[in-house]
Design a protein around this ligand. Structure first.
Ligand SMILES: CC(C)(COP(=O)(O)OP(=O)(O)OC[C@H]1O[C@@H](n2cnc3c(N)ncnc32)[C@H](O)[C@@H]1OP(=O)(O)O)[C@@H](O)C(=O)NCCC(=O)NCCS
Length: 182
């Protein structure tokens, strides 16, 4: 079942990081809607996703993994889905560029799991996406924890769109970063 990491959290809970399976649907649907409702630093800010749309999303992701278009990892803490990260290749003249995304459930943050997950998704991308030369990401400028994490893993800022994102009814800058892959 394509487990890429097994260990324990700082508080001794069982930590498994693996590729997604079709049977994860209910968990990922609930996980996603909870994050959206939280209005954290993601593009969904309270919008709800239907179970049908989530099923299509998961189905497509699983197919795209087989077709080497992306890598996608799920984090389970004591069996509960608690994090998701992906690197997705762009197309045509940008097919050497992969865009990165990461989220953790609020209960899983601040314990080093983000760093483990991000290191794993990068190494999986290096192994499974042969055309990959550069990883890019976009981030809310007021998301200091994420910016710390990205800098610590070698991401470099290459752009800033002033007032590019709406964070809880305030316009904040959007920071764009990249990391070259050898
Ligand atoms: C951003 C996110 C993935 C980071 O994962 P995490 O597990 O919380 O982060 P880690 O514990 O691995 O810590 C990463 C870095 O941030 C620092 N950090 C962690 N929590 C922190 C806090 N509350 N305040 C300041 N710094 C913090 C750590 O010290 C670490 O820095 P280091 O590498 O210099 O030691 C996670 O917090 C999250 O999902 N947040 C909500 C969604 C989100 O912001 N997604 C990113 C969208 S761009």
């Amino acid at each position: 079942m394509k487990i890429v990491y097994q260990g324990f959290t700082a508080s001794g809970q069982k930590l498994i990081i693996r590729y997604p399976l079709a049977r994860d649907l209910l968990q990922v649907w609930r996980y996603f809607n909870k994050l959206s409702a939280e209005k954290t630093f993601i593009t969904y800010q309270g919008e709800k996703v239907s179970k049908k749309d989530e099923a299509q999303w998961l189905d497509k992701k699983i197919k795209d993994i087989t077709q080497k278009k992306l890598v996608l990892l799920f984090v389970f803490i004591d069996g509960k889905l608690s994090g998701v990260s992906d690197i997705t290749l762009k197309e045509r003249v940008q097919k050497h560029i992969g865009t990165f995304g990461i989220t953790l459930a609020s209960t899983a943050r601040g314990q080093g799991i983000g760093k483990i997950l991000m290191s794993l998704i990068i190494s999986q991308a290096q192994k499974k996406l042969p055309s990959l030369k550069t990883i890019t990401l976009d981030c809310f400028a007021n998301n200091q924890v994420a910016l710390n994490l990205y800098k610590s893993l070698g991401f470099i800022e290459y752009g800033r769109l002033p007032k590019g994102l709406n964070y809880r009814d305030t316009l904040v800058d959007e920071i764009s970063m990249y990391k070259p892959i050898e």
